[in-house]
Design a protein around this ligand. Structure first.
Ligand code: DOR
Ligand code: ZN
Length: 430
């Protein structure tokens, strides 16, 4: 038994808020929530969480764990540790590994590894096309039987619209979404950052915003054609958001997420040629940042996901042109978002927590993201007032490609509890 006493509860799923105690049973589920709960059990662990925010365990629906194949960048164990330290009890890993997650056995391998780590819940997104090559459909039915929660060719779009249509038709019977990385390969070309004033000024090849929005438009059209579920991941432009807003108004099964970096940085950050700012989709000008922030406030955006994309130091220590796309996020997302969105009054803490818990859980149909009696005891306890300086050198992630190094942020994870077990305390994984 574990008893969390006197925390300030934030549960956007049920609108629960205010000071209460939470009792967790031996099976790892929430036994009771209420005032002045007592336990007569001798060896119950009683934790005083008064003055702290108690929220559902955070959910990150877009994470790259790099195992199998690129364990020098990250592995399942280090990725889950980074998640635990960052307050995430549920994460979803992307299939662009080696081998690609396009068969049942690879899904099983990842789930077994995660089970052995015992650090929260790991769900798998399977590839939509074999080898992410955009030619033939992956073994989607088999992977669904092994528990995948979405399909995606993340890292790229399926260029062939007819294959995209067939995949959408096929996944309809499983009621899982296609997570779309929206990028027209032809329009993106060899670009390395957003095409605009900054790219022109510093002489870098650009990727136009339309490389994203033309695919968003196409895949929303195909969502309408097929009646299937389409989730636009790491949406980053004003126009993409307009398409999603319209699709939702029409009643299509279209959802989307944005990343912390597209909410808090602009392409100005590329000016210093820090390769940690190289990410796909690229950082955008303020106009697009304002649009996605508005989308969050209006509720058009369902979730915030990190797109945690670790790369090795030697890979990022190259020219801006050559460096790989991607930045890490698991250990910084919550504090960066509290600092830049909540402390500034853009969102309430409750609105932010919704986008990091029930929002993504609902998109993927996961049993996560709510604090209620009978739910798994996945709980994150946060002190929103603690200030700290981001130092990537002390991360659990093997990635050091963090664009926020040196940022002063507010909000520290005090406890991460998964399945009734403390998996991280004060930033230290148990
Ligand atoms: O920046 C990115 N990195 N964007 C992607 O879509 C893929 C990811 C990666 O795998 O490194
Ligand atoms: Zn990704």
């Amino acid at each position: 038994m574990m008893l969390l006493k006197g925390g300030d509860i934030i549960d956007p799923s049920g609108g629960l808020s205010g000071v209460a105690d939470i009792l967790i049973n031996e099976e790892g589920f929430i036994e009771n929530i209420g005032q002045d709960i007592e336990t007569d059990e001798e060896d119950a662990l009683i934790i005083d969480v008064s003055g702290l925010k108690v929220m559902p365990g955070l959910v990150d629906m877009h994470v790259h764990l790099r195992e199998p194949g690129y364990e020098y960048k990250e592995n399942i164990d280090t990725g889950l540790k980074a998640a635990a330290a960052g307050g995430f009890t549920t994460i979803v890993c992307m299939p662009n590994t080696s081998p690609v997650v396009d068969t049942r056995s690879t899904v099983r391998f990842i789930k077994e590894r995660a089970g052995a780590a015992g650090l929260g819940n790991l769900y798998v997104a399977g590839a939509a096309s074999k080898g992410l090559e955009g030619r033939d459909m992956a073994e989607i039915g088999d992977m669904v039987a092994e528990g995948i929660v979405a399909v995606t060719d993340d890292g790229k779009s399926i260029a062939d619209a007819s294959l995209m249509r067939r995949v959408l038709e096929y996944i309809k019977m499983f009621d899982i979404p296609f997570m779309v990385h929206a990028e027209s390969p032809e329009l993106a070309g060899a670009g390395v950052m957003h095409e605009g004033l900054v790219a022109t000024t510093i002489g870098m090849p650009g990727i136009p915003a339309q490389a994203e929005s033309v695919i968003v438009a196409r895949d929303i059209e195909l969502a309408e054609l097929t009646g299937s579920r389409v989730h636009i991941t790491h949406l980053s432009t004003e126009s993409s958001l307009d398409y999603v807003r319209r699709a939702k108004a029409k009643g299509l099964k279209v959802t989307c997420d944005v990343t912390p970096h597209h909410l808090t940085m602009t392409d100005d950050a590329v000016m210093g040629f820090d390769t940690n700012t190289k990410v796909n989709p690229p950082l955008r000008p303020q106009r697009h940042v304002d649009a996605v922030i508005k989308g969050l406030q209006e509720g058009v955006i369902d979730a915030i996901a990190s797109d945690h994309a670790p790369h090795a130091v030697h890979e990022k220590e190259s020219s801006y042109i050559e460096a790989p796309f991607g930045m890490i996020g698991l250990e910084t997302s919550l504090a960066v978002l509290i600092t830049r969105l909540v402390r500034t009054g853009i969102l309430t803490l409750e609105q932010l927590v919704a986008k990091l818990t029930i929002g993504p859980a609902d998109v993927l149909g996961l049993d996560a993201g709510r604090l209620e009696v009978g739910a798994p005891a996945d709980i994150t306890v946060v002190d929103p007032d603690v200030m700290w300086t981001i130092d990537p050198n002390i991360f659990y992630s093997l990635g050091r490609n963090c664009p926020y190094a040196g940022w002063e942020v507010g909000g520290k994870v005090k406890y991460t509890i998964a399945g009734g077990k403390i998996i991280a305390k004060n930033g230290v994984v148990e």
